[in-house]
Design a protein around this ligand. Structure first.
Ligand SMILES: O=P(O)(O)OC[C@H]1O[C@H](OP(=O)(O)OP(=O)(O)O)[C@H](O)[C@@H]1O
Ligand code: HPA
Length: 185
């Protein structure tokens, strides 16, 4: 096994599972109900924030039983680090947002800089309203704006470096089937 693979296997083996898959799935189902109640008759366009939003978005979408459009965008600020930098747009959506209800879907609201930047961008494109849904909110007081929250939140999880269910550690373990914290972080 290469050193990277051995290191990454050790990361999973030593990690703390903070939320098992069944609990994550139950949270997504609760979110689907709340989103349906709020947006079911608004013809929304949903944006998956790549890469982290991929698994959450996929598991949520098939539980939304109303007409909607599903798109993606790619903005990133952590790269392979455990603290964030400047938000970098990798793919801006090519989609007419004027007058639309927009729902941004992402894996985690940590400091919230990513979702604020994306929400502001959508508002500047003429969206009628911009809502956010995050699978995980990290529990700390370092938000980009005091008290910043998603409009829909699945789970509130302690302030450690997380991976699984879309979240990565150094580019790995987005596929981990639950929410894990790296040992010592
Ligand atoms: O609330 P914040 O502190 O801004 O952090 C949250 C963002 O960080 C992660 O993305 P990342 O930049 O790691 O890109 P990725 O989605 O490709 O992993 C995550 O997917 C969120 O988009
Ligand atoms: O804890 C985290 N894990 C993975 N990606 C992240 N992006 C912001 N915070 C995190």
């Amino acid at each position: 096994m290469s050193q990277t693979l051995a290191d990454m296997q050790q990361i999973l083996d030593e990690a703390d599972c903070l939320c098992p898959e069944a609990e994550v799935q139950a949270a997504i189902t609760r979110m689907a109900r709340a989103i349906t109640e709020k947006l079911g008759d608004r013809n929304p366009v949903l944006f998956c924030v790549m890469n982290g939003g991929l698994i959450f978005t996929g598991q949520l979408l098939t539980q939304l039983h109303f007409p909607l459009q599903a798109e993606y965008l790619h903005a990133s600020r952590y790269r392979h680090e455990t603290s964030g930098g400047r938000l970098e747009w990798k793919v801006e959506p090519n989609f007419d947002l004027r007058g639309r209800s927009v729902l941004i879907l992402d894996d985690i609201l940590d400091e919230g800089t990513t979702l604020l930047g994306i929400s502001d961008w959508c508002a500047a494109q003429g969206a009628r309203e911009v809502l956010t849904a995050v699978l995980v909110e990290k529990d700390h007081a370092r938000k980009a704006r005091p008290g910043l929250k998603g409009d829909f939140t699945g789970l509130v999880i302690e302030d450690r470096f997380l991976f699984g269910y879309g979240m990565d550690y150094k580019g790995y373990w987005r596929n981990a089937p639950g929410i894990y914290a790296v040992k010592g972080l």
